[in-house]
Design a protein around this ligand. Structure first.
Ligand SMILES: *Cc1c(COP(=O)(O)O)cnc(C)c1O
Length: 497
């Protein structure tokens, strides 16, 4: 199967799309078509462990990877050493016809592991196919979750290195510790004196700098990206939608062939887009419900057909969804525009130049057949976390809380009683102070550090503190490098040693 650019033109293989990340001219790679599966194909997933389900889906997309390469990659990624639940992405019933798909059982306790445990293997195999002998140097700017997931994915993968820039004052205590205690001989973690935008702007400038590329080249290194616009991050995410459906059938939550709804806490639109790919392949999905926090640019887009970044940026208790430009939406726009790359280019140019674009009423209506959207602020989210705990005994994190609230609103508004899966993207232990506050009020966290809050949550939920969190206490801090937000300083930090 070939891959096209959302802005027209390029035709590449899967491995080329994964190795280069972004298409020339700034477009994103999309598959030439959606491979189709039937009911028997989906039913056969029932009997398979997660790694085999992943193999089945990936082999439909990654045609220039051998069966052996794909099998090797999924076995290495989705193993008992790396995930603390044998189902890898377990589904559990919350109540009635509401289910939770838990995507946080990987090494960094957030859903980014589902893709970033696999991506390094795909990148390495792609480099081999391309005859690339230089070191593949991954650069990441992170607001928290992506950085650690990339570090864990790439650490000690031969032929690669991974450098992460994080804003010194912009990540949670647990997130900072997770990153600065990372081992491995090929990892670098650098605090930028600034906010997330400073870190991200610097990294983007490094990617665009011929001078930096030349200096890297002299050291036998070539830049690559692990961020969520890489197709190699999208395709592993398609797997868990199929996997969840198979598990739901097995648990009697839905009869084979009956539709389900998925509600997805959304930032960059990568996670929910994978669900839409699954639907296009033939998975019986009724609605994909896009849940946003107070940064509700997508809620407005689905309601009005206009995407506008003329708005304030809010810091919320669900920081991984604090985003104004959802890059992966471009892949949906491409299909909405009937694969007219020129039209997508025009919209993206308008976004860059005037901060907004409109897709028109007809396309908006078309989208609303599949997508619903809603938002919840921090207060509503905390109330939902509290209510859900009271009702079910289950403790969810702040991102998942946004989705739970949006689902409740959607059901009240529409009366749609289709079985629904809430995609749970992080462990509550990753955001324990905010979760504890939601459950017991602000006083409950007074004077407590993250570990004390975690201990408190354990008492309430009965779910043991994951070892990934408790181990942080003992692990030595291995990375203490800092740099200013000046791009030259960032370049030097990557090139040092
Ligand atoms: C990244 C992230 C999201 C948002 O996912 P997108 O693919 O960017 O929409 C939601 N929740 C958590 C915990 C995340 O880390």
């Amino acid at each position: 199967m070939s891959y096209f650019s959302t802005r027209g033109g390029a035709v590449v293989t899967a491995s080329q799309a994964i190795l280069t990340g972004l298409a020339p001219g700034g477009g994103l790679y999309v598959p030439a078509m959606f491979p189709q599966v039937d009911r028997q194909w989906i039913a056969a997933l029932n009997a398979m462990p997660y790694a085999r389900r992943a193999e089945a889906v990936l082999s439909l997309y990654l045609e220039d990877y051998t069966a052996q390469e794909i099998a090797g990659a999924v076995d290495a990624a989705y193993s008992a050493e790396r995930f603390d639940d044998p189902a890898i992405a377990p589904v559990r019933r919350l109540d009635g016809n509401t289910w939770l798909l838990e995507l946080f059982h990987g090494p960094t306790l957030a859903f980014k592991d589902m893709a970033l445990q696999l991506l390094p293997h795909l990148v390495r195999q792609a480099a081999r196919k391309a005859g690339e002998e230089r070191e593949i140097s991954i650069l990441v700017a992170t607001s928290g979750d992506t950085g650690k997931a990339a570090l864990e994915g790439f650490r000690d993968v031969p032929g690669t290195s991974c450098t992460v820039f994080y804003p010194e004052e912009g990540v949670s205590d647990i997130q900072k510790l997770q990153m600065t205690t990372t081992g491995g001989g090929n990892t670098r973690v650098i605090a930028v004196e600034g906010n997330f935008d400073d870190a991200q702007t610097g990294v983007k400038q490094l990617f665009a700098s011929p001078d930096f590329a030349a200096r890297m080249g002299e050291k036998g290194r070539v830049l690559s990206s692990a961020n969520s616009i890489n197709f190699g991050r999208l395709v592993p995410q398609v797997v868990y939608y199929f996997s969840a459906y198979a598990d739901l059938c097995a648990a009697g939550g839905v009869a084979a062939g009956e539709p389900v709804n998925f509600v997805v806490p959304t930032g960059n639109f990568g996670d929910i887009l994978a669900g839409w790919y699954a639907k296009n392949m033939g998975l019986p999905v009724n609605k994909l419900i896009c849940a946003s926090n107070r940064n509700n640019v997508l809620t407005d887009f689905f309601a009005s057909g206009t995407y506008s970044t003329h708005r304030l940026f809010y810091k919320t208790t669900s920081p991984s969804m604090d985003i104004l430009v959802s890059s992966n939406l471009e892949r949906l726009l491409y299909e909405t525009a009937d694969r007219d790359g020129e039209l997508v280019s025009v919209w993206m140019k308008q976004l860059r130049e005037v901060g907004s674009y409109s897709v028109g009423d007809q396309r908006r209506e078309q989208l609303s057949k599949t997508f619903a959207a809603g938002c919840a602020d921090d207060r509503q989210t905390a109330a939902e976390i509290h209510a859900l705990f009271r009702r079910t005994g289950c403790v969810i994190d702040t991102h998942t809380g946004v989705a739970a609230k949006v689902l409740a609103d959607y059901r009240a508004e529409t009366g749609d009683s289709t079985p629904a899966v809430i995609v749970s993207t992080a462990s509550p232990y990753k955001f324990c102070a905010d979760v504890l506050t939601a459950l017991q009020g602000k006083e409950a966290t007074a004077g407590k550090d993250a570990f004390a809050c975690a201990a408190e949550l354990e008492k309430l939920s009965g779910v043991p503190v994951p070892k990934q969190v408790s181990a942080l206490r003992e692990l030595p801090v291995l990375h203490s490098r800092r740099c200013t937000r000046d791009v030259q300083a960032m370049a030097d930090a990557v090139l040092a040693d």
